[in-house]
Design a protein around this ligand. Structure first.
Ligand code: N01
Length: 895
């Protein structure tokens, strides 16, 4: 857009006393603001856009530094709302440059005639909710105040540059540049001594370009970042072919994917791949030049497991050593203090090779921190660097900076958003804030935003907001506001999602750690684009759950509640099971159900390696089978006798294989999983008596099995938890074996079906009430059900071994597990409880599927170690990221 037009549109509204009345004000004229304006106009709302810049573009207006490009393939980084638009615009490269993206946004603004509704060169200086008028009043730096019913912040996540925080900036006699506010005129760096501070995405893109021009470039690096080659060039043929084959399907797949890019989830696990296979996968990803690909396609455990992640990080560090010739520089450039992906990785073009140039010096600020900027350059603890230009590539006050830059934003009861957010942003869905009616945030904190393809997330948010405004208008409602309960529930769900990631192990702008004094916490929603979209849709389908809507004459609608109470992975698994529309297990007959479980288990992730797995039989009349899992460490080890789940009807000694492996690794103990006999062939009390007999035999043969002679421990899940509890009672009453602790996971403990959890969780959580009835009927006749050998809660509880009882919130068996724990405690037995919130009956045994169960298993393992008298296992994940590699070690590893 020519500057003359910009000036004209800005001067249209210079009367500061006037109030511009519109339905909706949209702050920001980048990707988000433009699309919202278009949608609002099509829906018949009057709207004004406001932007401090003098033209459209948002982040692409400001970030004009050399080398600036997108790093999501541009075929994906595009609007998708108009199929004709996709015919009208073709990107020239795999990753478009900033000028091309800016041209695209100008083209969009022209095509949909958006300029006329935007006041450029206009900053919103404050926003106040007027309770009486039920409208927002926005003051601006330029022109009329705005009165609007709805106020939309489309201000971007990375648009408020971070101030330089280094002493002496004002003293510098040369030129200071910010990548995030690069001048609009040509910057000539030829023949100059340039210093760049910062090696995030901006620095990594700019440094090679600056090195080509400058007489000398000095890079001041505080933290090395993971970077891989972009392999930029023409659009990739395979991606374009995929797109052209079925454009609508391509876009739809992106909308329901995890990152907003149509790449399927990966189901390979690092421990199931050989070194050669892992390397082959890595080389392919390295050659692909695609961040989403390398972040998601190597192995399924790379993003949530420190071991799986370290395998990738090691391969990436190896690449740095191969490319960078000077070992000391290579060591300094090798990221060490965060897991790969926990800090935003970068795509690079000639970045590492730049350090092989004679005119480039890397200064490792970890070894020699900057002391000050002086009139002539930068002084570190050790040296002084004379410079003509200093480039700050030091990043942004991310996610909240641009929102809080409008200050104050005053909501209901005079509350300021800055105060409400002083301990970190709180939102419902990242879209709205309790106490701030009719305020919408586009890609705000609490939404997938920066962890996704922004183009996809922006369209989803804009559509959701404008669709709600249309519905409200149709229903005669005028205000919408999140409830406190919904917002708190969202915060909890956000924390549950974050626990699935490795973000906790990195100090990054995702967590606010890059800005001194900023509250810490993972700000973007880490649960993925597709799941997030389905949650937003569910809010609507459940009657605007968590929102209060009002209209004139006291009209009010509020369906209060929390949208997600399940753990995020539990929700995904239950949704997947619901979509499979399986017949009820109890309708399959015992053999049919067993066959089903066997088939079902074939699709689960393979268990992790342990030192040794061996199968055997327990001599005796019945010759029960067992499977023994031995740790890789030198024995002898304590022994845990384990009983699988399956309602006394299903499963065998192998059916909880991933769980036994995982617990063997975590505890450092031998797990012996017992193949007890099942109903209906062998009804009550066979399973209980088999459990007891097996425990006695294992205890008597502990040395032979490689275990420590003496007391054993018992553990079991579900019906197996029942057998473990009963075994403890029988062992006490029958003079042995000695048992030093019991781990009961979602155990059956009683024949009563009256407790609330049976009614609350009767259906919908895989283990149903009717399935439990079926198990009971097959195993035990009504006359026998009060026998403590099947209802241990009805037995004598004194004198039992210490117990750890884990229950799950969404499990019919929850309350009887809790009752058993309380009964044990009342009887003087040391007992600890784990009440897994958001979990279901199978959460703890679905290893590497319900990832949120891992933290619970860690606690169970610690309990078993305590029972066995072992010290707590060392598991300080953070410590693994605290030590930086030395050049000597790096050389040795390379050699
Ligand atoms: O900012 P950053 P960015 N003294 O915060 C260092 C997106 N983006 O502008 O890590 C010394 O990542 C800081 O060091 P440390 C993308 O999402 C996308 O580069 O805090 N150094 C770090 O090295 C990206 O993640 C594209 O120890 C200081 C650097 O400055 C996000 O924007 C391109 C310092 C800041 O890195 C932000 O990227 C560009 C100090 N006082 C950006 N303060 C695309 O390709 C900070 N640093 C689409």
């Amino acid at each position: 857009m020519p500057e003359a037009m910009v000036a004209a549109s800005a001067s249209d509204s210079t009367d500061r006393s006037a109030v511009q009345q519109v339905d909706v004000a949209v702050v920001g004229a980048g990707f988000a603001g433009l699309y919202i304006l278009h949608r609002l106009r099509k829906a018949g709302f009057s709207a004004v856009g406001l932007d401090e810049a003098n033209d459209v573009g948002g982040t692409w207006y400001w970030n004009r530094y050399p080398g600036a490009r997108c790093d999501i393939q541009t075929v994906d980084y595009s609007y998708t709302f108009d199929p004709d638009l996709e015919n009208a615009w073709t990107w020239s490269e795999k990753y478009a440059t900033q000028p091309e993206i800016l041209r695209y946004l100008g083209f969009i603004a022209d095509r949909y005639d958006l300029h006329r509704d935007i006041r450029f060169g206009t900053k919103v200086t404050s926003a106040t909710w007027d309770e009486a008028a039920q409208r927002w009043l926005l003051t601006t730096s330029n022109g009329a105040t705005i009165s609007c019913r709805d106020y939309i912040m489309a201000t971007g996540c990375l648009s408020a540059p971070k101030p330089p925080e280094i002493d002496g900036v004002k003293d510098f006699g040369g030129e200071i540049l910010f990548t995030g506010r690069w001048p609009h005129h040509d910057v000539d760096l030829r023949g100059k001594r340039v210093g760049v501070i910062g090696t995030g995405s901006s620095g990594i893109q700019a440094i090679p370009k600056i090195a080509e021009q400058a007489a000398h470039l000095t890079v001041f690096q505080r933290t090395p970042n993971f970077a891989m080659p972009a392999h930029n060039g023409p659009r990739t043929t395979d991606r374009v072919a995929q797109f052209e084959a079925d454009r609508a399907a391509f876009r739809e797949q992106a909308r329901w994917s995890l990152a907003g890019v149509p790449i399927a989830q990966n189901t390979f696990y690092s421990w199931a791949l050989s070194d050669a296979e892992r390397r082959e996968r890595f080389e392919k990803a390295w050659g692909e030049g695609d961040l989403v690909f390398i972040l998601s396609q190597l192995w399924a455990d790379q993003g949530n497991d420190v071991d799986g992640n370290t395998l990738v990080a090691d391969l990436l560090r190896e690449k740095v050593r191969e490319i960078v010739k000077d070992p000391e520089t290579a060591a300094a450039l090798s990221p060490f203090d965060h897991p790969f992906g926990a800090k935003r990785p970068c795509l690079e073009t000639n970045y590492y090779t730049t350090y092989n140039r004679d005119n480039v010096t890397l200064v490792n600020l970890r070894d020699e921190p900057i002391k000050a900027i002086t009139s002539t350059g930068i002084t570190t603890d050790r040296r002084t660097f004379d410079l003509d230009v200093i480039v700050f590539a030091t990043g942004f006050d991310a996610m909240t900076g641009a929102i809080r830059a409008v200050h104050p934003i005053t909501g209901r009861d005079g509350k300021s958003l800055s105060d409400v957010w002083k301990n970190g942003p709180q939102t419902y869905l990242g879209l709205t804030v309790a106490g701030f009616p009719n305020l919408f945030l586009i890609t705000g904190p609490g939404s997938p935003s920066v962890l996704s393809n922004m183009a996809v997330s922006i369209e989803q948010h804009a559509d959701w907001v404008v669709d709600r405004l249309i519905e409200m208008r149709d229903k005669g409602l005028t205000t919408i506001e999140a409830t406190d309960a919904a917002q708190q529930g969202w915060a909890r769900h956000m924390a549950d999602c974050s626990a699935l990631t490795l973000h906790r192990l990195a100090n990054t702008w995702y967590t606010g750690a890059n800005v001194p004094g900023k509250a810490r916490g993972v700000m973007p929603y880490t649960g993925g684009v597709g799941p997030y979209r389905s949650i937003c849709n569910e809010v609507v389908s459940r009657g605007m759950l968590g929102f209060r809507l009002t209209g004139p004459d006291g009209a009010e609608q509020c369906n209060d509640g929390e949208i997600v109470r399940l753990q995020p992975d539990v929700r995904l698994v239950l949704n997947m099971l619901a979509e499979m529309n399986l017949p009820p297990i109890e309708s399959m007959g015992a053999q049919g159900a067993r066959d089903f479980v066997t088939e079902f288990n074939k699709g689960r992730p393979p268990g992790r390696p342990v030192g040794e797995v061996l199968d055997g039989t327990i001599p005796g009349n019945e010759r029960l089978r067992y499977r023994l899992y031995r740790p890789g460490t030198t024995g002898p080890h304590p022994i845990v006798v384990y009983f699988h789940g399956g309602g006394w009807v299903l499963g065998d000694e192998q059916s909880d294989d991933p769980f036994c492996r995982d617990m063997c690794r975590r505890t450092g103990m031998i797990f012996v999983s017992v193949g007890y006999r099942h109903a209906p062939e062998h009804r009550f009390p066979t399973a209980a008596e088999d459990g007891f007999a097996a425990t006695r035999w294992i205890s008597e043969h502990a040395s032979h099995l490689g275990g420590i002679p003496g007391p054993v421990l018992v553990a079991g899940w579900s019906a197996g938890g029942n057998i473990a509890a009963v075994t403890c009672q029988l062992a006490r009453d029958r003079g042995g074996p000695q048992i030093s602790g019991q781990l009961l996971i979602c155990p059956v403990t009683d024949c009563s079906f009256d407790r609330p959890s049976y009614a609350e969780n009767a259906i919908g959580y895989f283990l149903t009430r009717s399935l439990m009835y079926w198990f009971w009927d097959i195993y035990c006749s009504p006359d026998d059900r009060t026998d403590p050998r099947v209802s241990p809660l009805r037995g004598e509880l004194r004198g039992l071994p210490p117990a750890y009882v884990a229950t799950a919130e969404f499990d019919p068996l929850r309350d009887e597990g809790i009752a058993y724990a309380e009964g044990l405690a009342a009887a003087g037995v040391p007992v600890e409880q784990l009440k897994g919130s958001g979990h279901f009956h199978s959460s703890y045994v679905m290893v590497d599927v319900i990832i949120t169960g891992a933290a619970c298993r860690a606690k169970m393992a610690e309990a078993l170690r305590r029972f066995a008298g072992l010290p707590a296992a060392a598991s300080d994940e953070r410590a693994r990221f605290e030590r930086k590699p030395q050049p000597a070690e790096i050389n040795a590893a390379a050699g």
